[in-house]
Design a protein around this ligand. Structure first.
Ligand code: ZN
Ligand code: ZN
Length: 346
């Protein structure tokens, strides 16, 4: 079989490997779609302490089960599935509380074990037994099913920040994640979605997915504009998907008194954040951060995709064969379109 392995910093190699064998508790998946995530790009450019080379990355995976170990009862050959990224240990405090994404072991597919930029992947025992494999509807394409992992993360952010019908929601960044936030917030009843985005093509994407207003911070004052759109009060909810210290700071100013702020994107240089914590106190702000998603929201995510609750096809703008995985990474790094998806077995 073929894989694309990361063999060093910014080095991807298309390799031939032995067809994998599985143990009695494992499952073998034939991969039809793997999305390129921002974290794949970070690992590619900067490496990661959880990664040993060579490693096949990729954790936004959908495919068909082609073999099951003799002790595997819940899955069968031919099942069409998508995966949760986390490999929960099943026994730590977090796993017991349905928060396997916070598991003390912190293991994920495409990090400590090989992931999705490959024709096949072996799904480990914990993965099989603790609910990391989710069946998809016959009508859902693998391409769209591969969005279930990032979209579950979006649902987690939305649950924590609470979207109520009628809310005005500001979203910084109109990449794949930002656009998912906009579409889902609208679907959940937000009355007005305001996107903040510099690049012209992405401004258009924000409008296409349902943003009511786009603010370009390079030629207008974001604070004044948001105030004007909210009767001088500020937004009910501000969501930050852009990795910028400046933006994290500004988000606290755009939220109304009693509003909610979600930080979704981490930033590199921590000394750059002069956050005014008085906003938390005197504006009664609820400020939350989320990363990953618990399993119940991955179940919800699959439901959203199976039922087509928003137009998920909108997010997949580029697809690539496995041997062009590096091209997919480069395209994503240039921020062209939204989601780049690699299709290993098509
Ligand atoms: Zn991801
Ligand atoms: Zn655990």
């Amino acid at each position: 079989m073929h894989v694309v392995a990361l063999t060093g910093k910014e080095t991807l190699e298309y390799q031939e490997r032995k067809y994998p064998t599985i143990s009695e508790h494992e499952v073998l998946l034939k991969i039809y779609a793997t999305g390129v995530c921002g974290s794949d790009l970070r690992i590619y450019q900067n490496s990661d302490k959880r990664i040993d080379y060579p490693r096949v990355t990729g954790h936004e995976i959908a495919g068909e089960i082609v073999e099951t170990g003799s002790h595997v009862k819940r899955f069968n050959k031919g099942d069409r599935v998508t995966l949760w990224a986390h490999i929960p240990c099943g026994v730590c405090l977090y796993c017991q509380k349905n928060e396997g994404h916070l598991c003390v072991k912190g293991e994920s597919i495409g990090y400590q074990v090989d992931g999705g930029f490959a024709e096949f992947v072996v799904l480990p025992r914990e993965f099989v037994e603790y609910g990391s494999i989710l069946k998809i509807s016959d009508n859902t394409s693998y391409e769209l099913a591969s969005l279930s992992e990032p979209f579950a993360c979006v649902l987690n952010g939305l649950r924590e920040v609470e979207i109520n019908a009628g809310d005005t929601v500001v979203v910084y960044g109109a990449g794949a994640i930002g656009c998912m936030y906009m579409a889902a917030a609208k679907r959940m009843g937000a009355a007005k979605v305001i996107a903040i985005q510099r690049s012209k093509p992405r401004q258009q994407l924000a409008l296409d997915i349902g943003a009511d207003i786009v603010i370009d911070p390079s030629n207008s004052d974001t604070f004044t504009k948001v105030k004007a759109e909210t009767n001088g009060l500020g937004a009910d909810v501000v969501i930050v998907t852009a990795p910028s210290a400046e933006v994290q700071k500004e988000a606290l100013e755009l939220a109304r008194t009693g509003g909610r702020v979600l930080y979704f994107a981490g930033i590199k240089h921590l000394d750059e954040i002069p956050i005014n914590t008085n906003h938390f106190i005197y504006k009664h702000l609820k400020v939350v951060g989320t990363h990953g998603a618990p399993r119940d929201l991955h179940v919800e995510s699959v439901k959203w995709i199976d039922e087509g609750l928003i137009d998920f096809s909108f997010f997949v703008t580029h697809t690539f064969p496995l041997k062009d995985t590096e091209k997919a990474f480069q395209t994503a790094l240039r921020k062209e379109g939204l989601k780049c998806v690699v299709k290993p077995c098509e």
